[in-house]
Design a protein around this ligand. Structure first.
Ligand code: G4P
Length: 536
């Protein structure tokens, strides 16, 4: 597998601190092994000392509340986070993507903060629905993708079949980086096609890194000392076929998102994980330019960044709110004063945090590509830009129109004000859309997937002590209204019964009929109804 393109194709050399950074996410269908793989990454990255720690922490956290119990029951991960660790001279920033399809909006935004993704698939199941959806989001952004085919220690599909399925289902070229030897109970390990060496799995110790046997190609006589004759013959035949039939790795094609290298392994047995990490380190892109009205290059000296996620009440005891910022350029230092572009105000960033494994730590510095958390009291919202003075506006972080609308009712009518506060907080987090109708009282809450109502109700109860009910609404669709101010106002006044404002005060048209939306488009060319809104 030749390295056909320089690391920073067509780009100036990056300062070493930036060049060594790799910011990526893992995409997968629930149960494919994302958590296990993350844990092994952290283990090899020295961020945790013992396998089981991530899960153990997860369990400890989950038992704390019904909400978390729900997360556990449904096998979803709702609390996204970012984790930083070092591996062989590289700084890895792993951004966690929420796993359930109901959280597509959140996931989409998370993927705006990374430069590459690892796609984990289950060797027995191949490409599953959620993998496909997430893959499509990556494709929209032309993200380079590395593939890890997991659970090879179990009965898996034929290797060619898996590769074919990815190629056909996802319309991407697949270049094998390793080739499995046997499968299920017979799985011995892989032949590493990049380094021409044998990797043997240790079944006795799940946390032991594979034993590597250096060889002179597949015909090296020492192969026979490690691989039984039948499997060896099969391996030679398959690799010959693969080399003849499948694409070979092309770095440029990978960086452009047209080709994915695939590694086979078993995360739970720590097998294939190191090779995957080396793959990210060697082939993965360093921090890429970001769209901020103009192209913002990572090597620019002025520090810039954008908020892609806001998480409130990470620790229910502290009522804090953390904005996750992807640094787009420069060398950030603690205490810096940054311009908060939306409000035009200066903010001193005195306690920026880096997320190391499951803990967070105040950091003295960070570089383009890093994800820092900035505790704040609600000033920072999704899509906000922080700069050293320039009025940048980062694009590509859309808000999607919710597909389900319901009325929110406080279980205790005396607590309506509290409910408003809680709802606004979730709206700012991006966990839901909250609309205040022009006529009447109360709020209409919009989400992308039904499960989000349950999550919201549990969180409002848990974090604010407020029982809440979500009841059927007369509306089913929401569209943002834009146009000249006078035209929008006239339109709103003529359609009061359908109008509301979102948490930013922007006008929204609510309806239950697609027909209505078409009618407005036909009869009111002076306004525009849109299903997405760029975060302001
Ligand atoms: P997810 O985050 O993608 O949802 O997957 P997770 O890592 O939680 O893994 C899902 C299940 O698959 C877990 O089993 C995990 O142990 C298992 N698993 C992960 N990697 C491998 C592998 O390489 N081989 C095999 N055979 N299994 C693997 P579980 O029974 O749901 O949980 P647990 O009781 O093991 O914790």
């Amino acid at each position: 597998m030749p390295d056909t393109a320089p690391h920073t194709a067509n780009r100036p050399a990056l300062p070493p601190e930036i060049a060594r950074r790799r910011t990526f996410a893992i995409i997968s269908h629930p149960d494919a092994g994302k958590t296990t793989l993350t844990e092994k990454f952290l283990l090899y990255g020295g961020a945790i000392q013992m396998a089981g720690q991530v899960r153990a922490k997860g369990e400890a956290r989950r038992t704390r509340s019904d909400f978390m119990q729900m997360e556990k029951d449904r096998g979803i991960s709702v609390s996204a986070s970012a984790m930083s660790f070092d591996y062989e001279g590289h700084r890895f920033n792993l951004v966690d993507t929420p796993g359930h399809s109901d959280f597509s909006e959140d996931t989409y935004r998370t993927l705006t903060a990374v430069d590459a993704a690892i796609m984990v698939i289950d060797g027995a199941k191949g490409v599953e629905s959620q993998t496909r959806k997430l893959f499509e989001v990556c494709r929209l952004r032309d993200l380079p993708i590395l593939t890890f085919c997991n659970k090879m220690d179990r009965e898996a599909r034929d290797t060619f079949e898996i590769i074919d399925e990815i190629q056909e289902n996802l319309a991407i070229d697949v270049a094998p980086a390793s080739w499995p030897i046997g499968m299920g109970a017979e799985f011995l390990g892989c032949y590493d096609l990049i380094h021409d060496r044998l990797e043997l799995m240790d079944r006795a110790d799940r946390n032991k890194v594979a034993q590597t046997v250096r060889l002179d190609g597949l015909d090296d006589p020492r192969m026979a000392e490690h691989v039984p004759e039948r499997l060896l013959a099969q391996l030679r035949e398959e690799v010959e076929m693969a080399r003849g039939l499948l694409p070979t790795f092309n770095h440029q094609s990978f960086l452009e998102g047209h080709l994915t290298p695939i590694w086979f392994g078993s995360a739970i047995n720590s097998f294939g994980v190191r090779e995957l990490m080396e793959g990210i380190a060697h082939y993965g892109p360093p921090p890429q330019p970001q769209r901020g009205g103009r192209e913002v290059a990572p090597e620019e000296t002025a520090v810039t960044g954008f908020v892609f996620k806001v998480q409130a009440n990470m620790d229910p005891k502290h009522r804090d709110r953390v904005a996750f910022v992807r640094l787009a350029s420069g060398h950030f230092q603690r205490g810096m004063k940054m311009l908060h572009v939306r409000s035009g105000k200066q903010m001193a960033i005195s306690a920026p945090v880096l997320f190391l494994a499951a803990d967070r730590e105040v950091t003295e510095e960070a570089w383009a590509g890093d994800i820092i958390g900035i505790p704040n009291h609600g000033q920072l919202r999704i899509g906000d830009a922080l700069t050293e003075g320039e009025a940048l506006k980062f694009t590509g972080i859309p808000a999607f129109a919710p597909e389900l609308l319901r009325n929110a009712r406080a279980g205790d009518p005396m607590k309506a004000k509290h409910l408003e506060k809680a709802l606004m907080q979730f709206a700012e987090e991006g966990a839901a859309r909250v609309f205040k109708p022009m006529l009447g009282s109360g709020f209409i809450v919009g989400v992308v997937g039904a499960l989000q109502f349950e999550v919201l109700a549990s969180r409002i109860e848990l974090e604010y002590g407020l029982p809440v009910r979500f009841e059927g609404s007369q509306f089913t669709s929401a569209r943002w209204v834009s146009g000249e101010r006078v035209a929008v106002e006239a339109f709103a006044n003529a359609n009061k019964g359908h109008m509301a404002t979102d948490h930013d005060g922007d006008p929204v048209y609510l309806t239950r009929l697609q027909w209505d939306i078409d009618r407005v488009a036909r009869d009111h060319p002076e306004v525009r109804l849109t299903a997405t809104k760029e975060s302001t």
